[in-house]
Design a protein around this ligand. Structure first.
Ligand code: ATP
Length: 238
């Protein structure tokens, strides 16, 4: 069992404080979703967990190891992968080369990397069919598969995914949700920022509600989905 713990974290950009006193835990295996309105600080939260920005105070620990002292590239080696908003695939590179970029920090034999690639192609057969194609020429859903596959190639303990379903066709979202369930069942911890609360409640077992930089609720998906205040705020129910 792996646990990622965010404890009373405050973070932002320069003088701008975005997150205040944020605390919650993510267990692996398992899927946790972060919901919250635009500008609540969801992207900032993932950036602070994966070392792209430094929290001003508080801590992020992975199985008790405080990540604060790590260099930016140390977070991947420690077991945190980050699938950024908008996928950020490398243009002009094939699907397979993009996937391999996820493994850049691993010093393992080529045969092991090939096995890991094959495992990704088993999860996402579409990527296998398109392995020699320029990654950014694919559909949005296929690009999200590739970005997730690239994250998996780092062999993380916990993977952060920003805006899983944004702009994607429902059928593509279904493929992604099924794949994430598979990798979570295999032991991975997932922390997914998801603006579509219906997708979040369906995918995740635990929910973190972020409102203006503060955690206002945490709980099981069923609990949070039944909360009248959450339903009023995010599902438009009176
Ligand atoms: P959205 O769903 O709209 O992407 P979000 O919940 O992911 O929102 P963030 O992107 O984390 O929210 O933004 C939270 C706040 O931080 C916003 O007020 C935003 O303007 C501010 N912010 C984001 N990035 C920066 C930055 N690089 N410099 C300064 N402020 C920033």
């Amino acid at each position: 069992m792996t646990t990622l713990t965010v404890d009373t974290m405050t973070a932002g950009y320069g003088d701008v404080t975005v997150l205040t006193g944020v605390s919650f835990s993510v267990g692996a295996p398992g899927i946790t979703a972060v919901i919250g309105s635009n500008g609540a600080g969801k992207t900032t939260l993932l950036r602070a967990i994966s070392g792209l920005i430094r929290p001003a105070s508080g801590s992020v620990t992975l199985n008790g190891q405080n990540l604060a002292g790590l260099a930016p590239d140390g977070f991947v080696a420690a077991g945190i992968a980050h699938v950024p908003e908008g996928r950020r695939l490398f243009a002009g590179m094939t699907v397979e080369d993009n996937l391999m970029m996820g493994a850049f920090s691993r010093r393992v034999p080529a045969a092991e990397l090939q096995r890991d690639l094959d495992a990704i192609y088993a999860i996402f057969p579409r990527l296998g069919e398109r392995r020699k194609q320029d990654a950014v020429s694919m559909s949005g859903g296929e690009q999200q598969m590739c970005a997730i596959g690239r994250g998996l190639m780092a062999k993380p303990k916990v993977m952060l995914i920003d805006e899983l379903s944004l702009g994607l066709a429902p059928v593509a979202v279904d493929v992604l949700v099924a794949a994430l369930r598979t990798v979570a069942a295999d032991g991975l911890g997932l922390l997914v920022v998801e603006q579509d609360v219906a997708v979040a409640f369906d995918l995740a077992s635990s929910i973190v509600v972020l409102d203006r930089g503060r955690v206002t609720r945490t709980g099981s998906s069923a609990e949070i989905a039944a909360d009248p205040a959450v339903r009023a705020a995010y599902l438009g129910e009176a």
